[in-house]
Design a protein around this ligand. Sequence first.
Ligand code: SOE
Length: 395
Amino acid sequence: MSTPAPLRVALIGTAFMGRAHSQAWRVAPRMFELPREPEMAVIVGRDPERTEATARQQGWREAVTDWRDVVERDDIDVIDICTPGDSHAEIALAALAAGKHVLCEKPLANTVAEAELMAAAARDAAELGVLAMCGFSYRRTPAIALMQRIVAEGRLGEIRHVRAQYLQDWISDPDAPLTWRLDKEKAGSGALGDIGAHIIDTSQWVSASVITAVSAQLRTFVPTRPVLGESSGLGGRGVEDQPRGPVTVDDAAAWTATFDNGALGVFEATRMALGRLNANRVEINGSTGSIAFDFERMNELEFYDAADEAGLQGFRRIQVTEPEHPYLDAWWPAGHGLGYEHTFVHEVVDLVRGIAAGGGTHPTFDDAAQVQRVLAAVEASAGDESRLTQVEAAR
Ligand code: SOE
């Protein structure tokens, strides 16, 4: 029997997501049985020294500085895009046109128009057996995957409420520097697209339903921030002497939503919730049960079953670490727990299996374009003050 051809990967981006994905490509074939062996062929980054260093540290064979030099190479099968949102569409469209499988970080793009072009290109590519997947990595948190399974089994009955929050606090300090994530041109939007996109994706996936309408508000609490430059050193000056530049995205977003299954959604995404570091929470209430998750306790899922005996009812805490739980049979004995990085490992496992099977992976670019349409609707709603009903002043 011939050995299946390796899957040669080029990853674009050396920052947080570049490192998270590097770790995933390295670990996935060590812990899971994969139908094709990923080969960490090339890493791409604009800064040659940093890219060389990342290649050495993370285990990439080659380091190059321009993605255009790799996207059509015959010795590359997969393009993994870990750059800011403003370059996703250009890279993904070029890669799909060259017949490469694509994994693209979230949110899929910076606009609905780009996202829809990407989704159309992905549909065409799928006809030729080329796969495109968007990196909504939290789908691969075992507890969220279990949540999806429990809801799909109908254990919650008719879904009534979807309550989702993604709370961080990393820019609560008004002197936290102006990064690309606070620049609309680069990032598309702020907390909304960065972390709100995750809870939109999770809640639509878990509830097997899409959001059809929203009513929203956005806030930018700190309108200017210190510009620290590439090195981010202050060069002996205090932050108060640094020039400040405009924040052009939201710090926080809140909205209500209508789902096409009739459920009522309440959403909140913020980078200003002091003390909440990565509180990615989803709770769903149905006619026969409820389910709740918080990423700050990522190995647990709470489940309430209205069929439980009277007097013994209550939320049960499931430790999602058993071999019966999604992805867990490849890992540690029950109770030992997984971390954030495992979600990316699972993403790579599912992608490689999908490529070998010729399809079936999710989230597709179509799923991700639907998230993009919700993001756009939230911005449109928040931008239209006439949609806010004023409370009558006291007389
Ligand atoms: C930053 O807010 C961030 O890193 C997001 O960009 C990620 O998608 C999320 O997983 C954690 O927070």
